[in-house]
Design a binder for this molecule. Structure first.
Ligand code: ZN
Length: 241
């Protein structure tokens, strides 16, 4: 059979086209973990007790985790770069092809608990981390398993969970799936329910609390979170379903 040059060129173009889109959709080449720094400059999230927007805490912690994982040859991808804006559904869509989606946030309390401390709106109502999973995620049971592993690691490192999202008031009232580990069910969290990978959202600290905000900015705190994420990622890699 004679193959014309035109046919060969067409075939080569087709192969490059397929490779290009497989890279874009991250089906074959993406890392096991997709880290999502919550919010963005246009939608900054909550404001800390000293007036810093939440997304800056999220960006800082994600950068620390990325560096920490890289030093241990544990790769990961991120949904957005620092200062970049990205919609919630786009974040979930990027989870395709990954084994674990982890969204990083910093927490607040309901406005009724805020008071002026040194001129800023702060609260001493709650402190500690929280973990969220959605039953609408197609891998709910696996998401819950990964949240339990991360929670156990955080507890073993001396972190304390916060139970304030379970309080029976407007804006909270989230079902606590595991009070000891601080795991809540929050079905309609968009990034969790739209993620095609098992998905967990971590509220690392309550930054409207003045002491906890100081803690969240400490490099030792950020490295401890990174260590817990690294160990959970090793579990994910050894127990993927
Ligand atoms: Zn947030």
């Amino acid at each position: 059979m004679r193959v014309s040059v035109d046919n060969m060129v067409f075939c080569l173009r087709f192969v490059f086209f397929c490779l290009f889109f497989s890279v874009l959709s991250c089906e074959a080449f993406c890392a096991d973990l997709l880290l999502d720094p919550g919010h963005s400059p246009k939608k900054p999230g909550t404001t800390s007790c000293s007036g810093i927007p939440e997304y800056q805490f999220n960006d800082q912690l994600v950068q620390t985790i990325v560096r920490f994982l890289g030093e241990r040859h544990l790769g990961c991808d991120v949904t957005r770069r620092p200062q970049e804006d990205l919609g919630l559904k786009e974040r979930g869509a990027k989870a395709r092809g990954h084994k674990w989606f982890l969204s990083i946030h910093h927490d607040a309390v309901q406005p009724v608990y805020l008071e002026r401390i040194n001129g800023q709106l702060c609260s001493r109502k709650a402190r500690g981390y929280s973990l969220f999973v959605s039953q609408k995620n197609p891998h709910f049971e696996t998401s819950l398993l990964y949240a339990r592993v991360l929670g156990e690691l955080l507890i073993s490192m001396g972190f304390q969970p916060s139970t304030h999202h379970g309080e029976a008031i407007q804006g909270e009232n989230r079902p606590l799936l595991d009070a000891r580990l601080g795991i809540y069910q929050y079905d309609n969290l968009v990034v969790l329910k739209t993620s095609e990978a098992p998905a967990v959202l971590l509220e690392a600290a309550v930054i409207v609390h003045p002491d906890e905000e100081r803690l969240a900015r400490h490099p030792g705190f950020q490295k401890a979170i990174a260590e817990a994420v690294a160990q959970t990622l090793r579990f994910v890699q050894n127990h993927s379903f």
